[in-house]
Design a protein around this ligand. Structure first.
Ligand code: AMP
Length: 402
């Protein structure tokens, strides 16, 4: 029997999320999370999807090596351990692939070196992703390990969209350009939206709004990304949970010169204490909606700023694409917050955009249209599934030889 299973690992600095999928029918066999790695209060939560049984392990897990061994033991208890001959590959989420990685890539020493070289542009993410890959390689050196990059889907952006208007020599020397992130989500969601419309991805133009705690928009023409809102780092673009998104870069100089803040303080301000959180003290859209309903003006203003930016990007990507077949909402806010979806397209009938109130109010975990019948531009909700996309890309690369 050929190997058909893929383990997906998403390694953060102190956590590892994992899912085991069987790619014959893309079913999930197990999902889990190891969190607070390196602390005394580490926790592993493991769910066997078949039985629905969840197990929890509490107690110190020292490092990623220990985390992988622990999750591997949990998988083994379900009879689907890392040593199983049915495991075809391990797919790793890697946040930054720069310009170099345009596709999922089987990891070897040269690939590891290149991911390492990208650490200066992804200091928070790439080191943790690398640790996860190296640990998994040590555990199963014989197994293909595939790196799937958050940036890869955006490498099709034309130079006009990818370059900042700064001195080209400086930009090239320091690799300063727009890379974009959330690429596996934008790829999956734009393809699924095409399917929902009953058309081939090559035949449709889609605006994807990935609205989670991090948020990004992308313009996808015929299945290829032509613009996206995140840039050199995930800080650019939309208003997010704790990130500012677009600001005048002079804000940084001003806060340093006039506010006496250090570079690190401004970095923390813009990444961790801005966005919805900075505006009203809450980054959870549920809480913001609750506060608005109670008449809280700070929360209402935060919501308005969030929506204003979102609408600007919808308009901008309309202009980038020329014609748009669908505007698609995804991720925590996009999938769940009907009020955000309604406000984002309100009054945009001129662009062919509208939501049907009843359809928009339906809560569901399937891809669905929320625009009225006969709308010129479809509005849709497509639940994202980054793990499935990583597994699909991984299996497409190695499955046939598995
Ligand atoms: P994500 O990063 O995709 O996991 O999205 C997380 C965010 O989704 C949370 O911070 C919330 O703001 C938002 N969210 C999750 N569930 C809901 C909901 N039912 N209504 C509104 N927002 C939600």
């Amino acid at each position: 029997m050929s190997a058909t299973r893929v383990l997906v690992l998403n390694s953060g600095s102190s956590s590892v999320k994992y899912q085991l999928l069987d790619m014959r029918d893309a079913t999930r066999l197990a999902v889990g999370l190891v969190e607070r790695i390196g602390e005394q209060t580490s926790r592993l939560t493991h769910t066997c999807v078949g039985t629905g049984a969840t197990r929890e392990q509490n107690g110190p897990i020292a490092d990623h090596d220990a985390a992988l061994k622990a999750l591997s033991e949990e998988l083994a208890r379900d009879g689907v351990g890392l040593d199983s001959p049915e495991l075809a590959a391990i797919g790793h989420r890697v946040v930054h692939g720069g310009m170099f990685f345009t596709e999922p890539t089987v990891v070897d020493d040269a690939v590891l070196t290149e991911i390492e070289r990208l650490i200066p542009v992804a200091p928070l993410h790439n080191p943790a992703n690398l640790t996860g890959i190296r640990t998994a390689m040590a555990l199963r050196p014989d197994l293909p390990q595939v790196a799937v990059f958050d940036t890869a889907f955006h490498t099709t952006m034309p130079e006009a969209a990818a370059r900042y208007a700064i001195d080209v020599k400086i930009a090239d020397r320091y690799r300063v350009r727009r890379y974009g992130f959330h690429g596996t989500s934008h790829a999956y969601v734009s393809r699924t939206a095409a399917k929902l419309l009953g058309r081939a991805p090559e035949d449709v133009n889609v605006i994807v709004l990935h609205l989670g705690n991090g948020a990004s928009a992308s313009a996808v023409r015929g299945g290829r990304c032509v613009d996206t809102s995140m840039g050199l780092t995930p800080l650019e673009g939309l208003v997010m949970g704790t990130r500012s998104g677009d600001v005048d870069p002079a804000v940084v100089f001003h806060l340093q010169r006039v506010g006496g803040m250090s570079m690190d303080e401004v970095d923390t301000l813009l990444n961790k204490r801005s966005g919805l959180f900075g505006l009203c003290g809450d980054n959870d859209m549920r809480e913001i909606q609750r506060r608005i309903d109670e008449g809280d003006r700070e929360a209402a203003l935060a919501f308005d700023i969030y929506i204003h930016r979102l609408r600007k990007y919808i308009g901008a990507y309309y202009a980038v694409l020329g014609t748009v077949d669908a505007v698609v909402f995804t991720a925590g806010v996009g999938e769940n917050a009907a009020r955000v979806r309604e406000a984002a397209v309100a009054g945009l009938e001129g662009l062919g955009l509208a939501v049907d109130a009843e359809r928009n109010a339906v809560r569901a975990d399937r891809a669905r249209l929320i625009s009225p019948d006969g709308a010129r531009t479809a509005v849709a909700v497509v639940p994202t599934d980054e793990e499935l996309e990583i597994a699909t890309q991984t299996y497409a690369l190695v499955g046939k030889d598995g």
